[in-house]
Design a protein around this ligand. Structure first.
Ligand SMILES: N[C@@H](CCC(=O)N[C@@H](CS)C(=O)NCC(=O)O)C(=O)O
Length: 219
């Protein structure tokens, strides 16, 4: 096997971490999107049902996104991602918006054209699993106006925390592989006002990594 394979869910921010590393390091990869209710394939590869999964050229598997970032970054002997800047402000912000993101995004992912939700079985599996954590998807969707306003207020607070469109802290770091994955997802939310700084950050990483945003299928 000459090209590595990455098994992902397109909505998964952990998967984007690895995709950012592939994109920024210009390493060829064959991307495979697994159906969300396919338990057998991931379990056969890493012993549990989770993405991302990296299949290396020797056929072996790796199952932790940050291990993948480090592995891919070290392959050419010229690492580009600095260690985490351990930003307290960003950590607190990400924790605070975690549930809000889920309430806004989970009900939208299942009706979006992404590969893991191509079948009704995959959608039902996700709704059943995530309703336990989130409550009713329909209720969350019906509450969109309030939730969108809440997120817009949070994004205004995030904007000045970004050092530039090219890195959230002083230099490009592994934190950016995570932050872009989280922020890319909000491009699926129709009508959301995204501050210029945040929009530029999303646009830059999408462009340099080749990972598409969801503006064109926003709902
Ligand atoms: N620590 C793992 C976490 C990966 C993870 O939690 N992935 C989620 C998708 S976002 C998953 O596969 N969850 C199981 C599921 O969706 O059924 C990593 O960073 O690679």
């Amino acid at each position: 096997m000459s090209t590595m394979r990455l098994f992902v869910y397109d909505h998964c921010p952990f998967c984007v971490r690895a995709r950012v590393a592939f994109g920024m390091k210009k390493i060829p990869v064959e991307l495979s999107v697994l159906l969300n209710d396919d338990e057998e394939t991931p379990i056969s590869m890493i012993g549990k049902k989770a993405c991302p999964i990296l299949q290396k050229t020797d056929g072996s598997f790796m199952g932790e996104s940050m291990d993948m970032v480090h592995y891919l970054d070290s392959l050419d002997g010229s690492p580009i991602f600095a260690p985490s800047a351990n930003r307290e402000d960003l950590t607190v912000w990400l924790k605070r918006v975690n549930l809000l993101f889920k309430k806004l995004l989970y009900p939208r992912w299942i009706t979006s054209p992404i590969g893991e939700f191509k079948t009704q079985g995959a959608i039902d599996y996700f709704v059943n699993k995530k309703s336990k954590e989130l409550g009713s998807f329909d209720e969350a969707l019906a509450n969109s106006d309030v939730l969108i306003k809440e997120l817009e207020d949070e994004l205004i607070l995030l904007a000045p925390m970004l050092h530039s469109e090219k890195h959230a802290s002083e230099q490009l770091s592994i934190d950016d592989t995570d932050l872009f994955g989280r922020l890319r997802a909000i491009t699926l939310i129709k009508g959301l006002v995204i501050p210029d700084e945040v929009r530029a950050y999303i646009a830059y990483f999408s462009q340099v990594t080749g990972i598409p945003t969801f503006y064109d299928v926003a709902q």
